[in-house]
Design a protein around this ligand. Structure first.
Ligand SMILES: Nc1ncnc2c1ncn2[C@@H]1O[C@H](COP(=O)(O)OP(=O)(O)O)[C@@H](O)[C@H]1O
Ligand SMILES: [Mg+2]
Length: 314
């Protein structure tokens, strides 16, 4: 069996469609014959079960994190879709943002050992370190954004925090930790505020620092999906964000496609019937299908790049 893939849906802001997209991408993966687990990591506002039209079980990730449930796979509940299971966030309890380091390590290794072809995680809102860490461990990193200044701003912040966090994590393996820590301090003498500044600064330092930052820049490959689009003018925000990331951050953030605003999304949730089941051929689903295919292709490109670069750094 091919190695399991993790897809993570994040993006900073609440109400932009993360759970809607996570649920329906999960269904598409399952309908293509994969064994899929949807994991609701929005522990403060877990509602993926409602999107999927199943009752919320009494136990979920919170109980696993708090050690009431020893085995993550015991939390798996079936859905009406063949091949698709859900691990709920369940009750309000520990939030991802407050998860301690040891709790996070235990949870990550449990996630990675789940028996599935794909694990799709709904990250919830925010740019807390822990949320960003779950985003970074995924094989496909999808940020949802809507055409509103607040959402766009949060998305840029999410990208910036994710890149800095990746550099911080990986600096350890390359013996760059103390240098990176110094550069990423708020009052750093290098005047580094953005990913572009950091890339330029480490590039100028030359030697291992330059090799390290170039490789990290190439490995950082998150994607954007623009949701709730109501006009041609709004659609342009997607490609514009991709260009802005390159220009102002020196980062390759790929725009994967858009989803138009569609009242059926709301009615699908009222009917407790996912859109992929209720109206699989509607415009929004056709657009999601395009994004889905882009993501599969992106996953291949990314794996290739990762294999190549990890060989280089040996
Ligand atoms: N493409 C869309 N068209 C119309 N409404 C949408 C669309 N995407 C999401 N919504 C609405 O936005 C709300 C928030 O979506 P949700 O997936 O719960 O956001 P998040 O998980 O990011 O907080 C939902 O109630 C849904 O009805
Ligand atoms: Mg949600």
């Amino acid at each position: 069996m091919a190695q399991k893939k993790i897809w993570a849906i994040g993006g900073g802001k609440g109400g932009v469609g993360k759970s809607f997209v996570a649920c329906n991408l999960g269904i598409m993966l399952a309908q293509s014959g994969n064994k899929v687990i949807l994991a609701d990591l929005d522990l403060g506002g877990a509602n993926l079960h409602t999107w999927l039209g199943v009752n919320n079980p009494d136990k979920g990730i919170t109980e696993f994190v708090e050690r009431e449930v020893p085995n993550l796979s015991k939390l798996l509940i079936p859905s009406k879709i063949q091949g698709l299971g859900l691990i709920s966030g369940a009750k309000d309890g520990v939030e991802i943002a407050n998860m301690k380091h040891t709790q996070k390590r235990r949870f990550v290794s449990a996630l990675k050992s789940l028996d599935a072809d794909y694990v799709v995680i709904d990250l919830g809102a925010g740019t807390a370190y822990n949320t960003v860490d779950f985003f970074l461990l995924a094989d496909a990193q999808i940020m949802l954004v809507i055409p509103e200044p607040t959402s766009i701003e949060n998305c840029y912040r999410f990208i910036k925090n994710s890149f800095f966090r990746q550099i911080f994590h990986n600096s350890e393996n390359f013996r760059m930790k103390s240098l990176v820590k110094r550069i990423l301090r708020k009052d750093n003498p290098y005047n580094v505020n953005t990913p572009k500044d950091l890339i330029a600064c480490m590039g100028q330092l030359g030697g291992n620092a330059a090799v390290f930052i170039k490789e990290q820049q190439q490995l950082f490959l998150p994607t954007i999906v623009l949701n709730q689009v109501r006009s041609e003018r709004e659609y342009k925000i997607g490609p514009a964000m991709q260009r802005a990331c390159l220009k102002y951050f020196s980062l390759n953030v790929k725009f994967m496609g858009h989803l138009t605003f569609n009242e059926s999304v709301r009615s699908s949730i009222l009917a407790r019937q996912p859109l992929a089941v209720e109206s699989p051929d509607c415009e929004t689903m056709q657009q999601l299908k395009i994004i889905y295919n882009e993501l599969l292709q992106h996953e291949l490109d990314r794996t290739e790049k990762h294999n190549l670069l990890s060989k280089l750094s040996l």
